[in-house]
Design a protein around this ligand. Structure first.
Ligand code: GS8
Length: 222
């Protein structure tokens, strides 16, 4: 078994990116030290460890630092390869998993920020786009249990933290995910039955209240 010595995660409770890493570590049964960051007053350790972006999550393993949640999840999968693989063994399936995880990264996060636009027509356009994104992901999921088929993997890890935002979608854009993408909601419930996911995800209402507070500050500065 790979060494677990010196595993530390620099994280922030509400971050879907940090949650990805927490899920991957839990799936692998890796014990680690968790360091909660205050993102408005970052620790020396964070600034020193991630000099490029200075953001979380950062994984520190045996004094080596790894950045970017999707890279970290794949690193964890490779280092602790003896436990529940998160990546498929077939190269084509691996490429597909990386593509869809990247799609979630580029589309879901970016489109969510536009759901907060103050102009009604911009908000409506973002809502329509989000419906398209969710429905495309639903087609990709098909009748499978998880995105990779029967086994929980990279795309599930990448996407499931954003399911805590579905309540927020409803509150800010009247977007009822269950009505437009019921299979995604059923998949989210299946994922939440896993201890790794249930422990990592935040309560949707708490996340919504927190993001409302952040957005008030951001919009107030515009
Ligand atoms: C995104 C990390 C990120 O946005 C990843 O790891 O996948 N592409 C990266 N981290 C945010 C917190 S979550 O919104 C962060 O650390 N922000 C503070 C900052 O950038 O100063």
């Amino acid at each position: 078994m790979a060494s677990q010595k010196g595993v530390m995660l620099l994280d922030f409770w509400a971050s879907p990116f940090g949650q990805r890493v927490r899920i991957a570590l839990a799936e692998k049964g890796v014990e680690y030290e968790h360091k909660e960051e205050n993102l408005s007053s970052k620790s020396e350790l964070l600034i020193k460890s991630n000099q490029v972006h200075k953001n979380i999550p950062v994984l520190i393993h045996d004094c080596k630092t790894v950045f970017e949640s999707l890279t970290i999840v794949q690193y964890i999968d490779e280092v602790w390869s003896d436990k529940t693989p998160l990546m498929p063994s077939d190269p084509y399936q691996r490429a597909q998993a990386r593509f869809w995880a990247d799609y979630v990264d580029k589309k879901v996060y970016d489109c969510t920020s536009r759901l907060w636009k103050p102009k009604e027509e911009e908000k409506e356009a973002a809502k329509m786009e989000m419906i398209e994104i969710l429905q495309l992901l639903e087609v990709q999921l098909g009748d499978n249990k998880y995105f990779g088929g029967d086994t929980f993997g990279l795309v599930d890890v990448a996407f499931v933290p954003f399911t805590s935002w579905f309540y927020m979608f409803e509150m800010i854009a009247k977007l009822n995910v269950e009505a437009v993408a019921p299979r995604i909601v059923a998949w989210a419930k299946r994922c939440q039955e896993r201890e790794s996911v249930a422990k990592a995800l935040s309560d949707p209402k708490t996340v919504y209240e927190f993001i409302c507070m952040v957005m008030k500050k951001v919009l107030g500065q515009e």
